[in-house]
Design a protein around this ligand. Structure first.
Ligand SMILES: C[S@@+](CC[C@H](N)C(=O)[O-])C[C@H]1O[C@@H](n2cnc3c(N)ncnc32)[C@H](O)[C@@H]1O
Length: 180
């Protein structure tokens, strides 16, 4: 991850979350690879229930815990976990919204999508954000592992998600909304 300021300047998180269908009718959510909590914290303020925020980096999990306290939020559970190796550990049908933001270049993306499908309640939404498939973006994973939107959609449909919409999050990202 680049420094936090550089990373967060790429996004308007609250606006993006609304575009992806996160609103106050959502009870619980899960953020896979929460990083600095760029999207976790705004999501926690929008939803009615709890957000489970997963990351493999202990320092980032500590940061999330610290920010949760500073912002007086009581609905963020930061979880140190390798979700590629171990899944999320959440129960089947336990959340209404899953966030897979800037993470689908990970190993075994289909397994991650299967896990998202398993934990989502029926009718729940999956939001995917990724860097445009364009080598001139200022950051982003190497092109060899950077997925195109068509690829993400195919992976998600292969584990039974239905396509809802694709968005252009100018200047550097795209988003997909998929539904269980
Ligand atoms: C590029 S950052 C994206 C952060 C956040 N989703 C965002 O868009 O602002 C990817 C994050 O996923 C975490 N991560 C990568 N592989 C992981 C794994 N196997 N298990 C848990 N976290 C992982 C990294 O530590 C990093 O914080």
């Amino acid at each position: 991850m680049p420094k936090e300021k550089e990373w967060t300047d790429f996004f308007d998180p609250t606006q993006i979350l609304h575009l992806l269908g996160l609103n106050s009718s959502v009870v619980d959510a899960a953020d896979f690879g929460c990083g600095y909590g760029t999207f976790t914290m705004p999501a926690a303020k929008i939803i009615r229930g709890k957000i489970y925020a997963f990351d493999i980096e202990p320092a980032l999990i500590k940061e999330i815990e610290q920010k949760t306290k500073e912002l007086n939020l009581n609905n963020v559970e930061a979880i140190l976990r390798d979700f590629v190796a171990e899944g999320s550990g959440l129960k089947d049908l336990s959340v209404d919204h899953v966030m897979l933001f800037n993470i689908l270049h990970a190993e075994k993306p289909e397994n991650l999508l299967k896990e998202a499908y398993r934990i989502l309640r029926v009718g729940g939404r999956l939001g995917i954000i990724h860097w445009n498939y364009d080598a001139t973006t200022p950051r982003g994973p190497p092109m060899a592992i950077r997925p195109k939107p068509e690829q993400c959609r195919k992976w998600a449909e292969s584990v039974d998600f239905s396509f809802e919409k694709q968005l252009d999050l100018k200047p550097y990202h795209y988003a997909l909304v998929m539904r269980k």
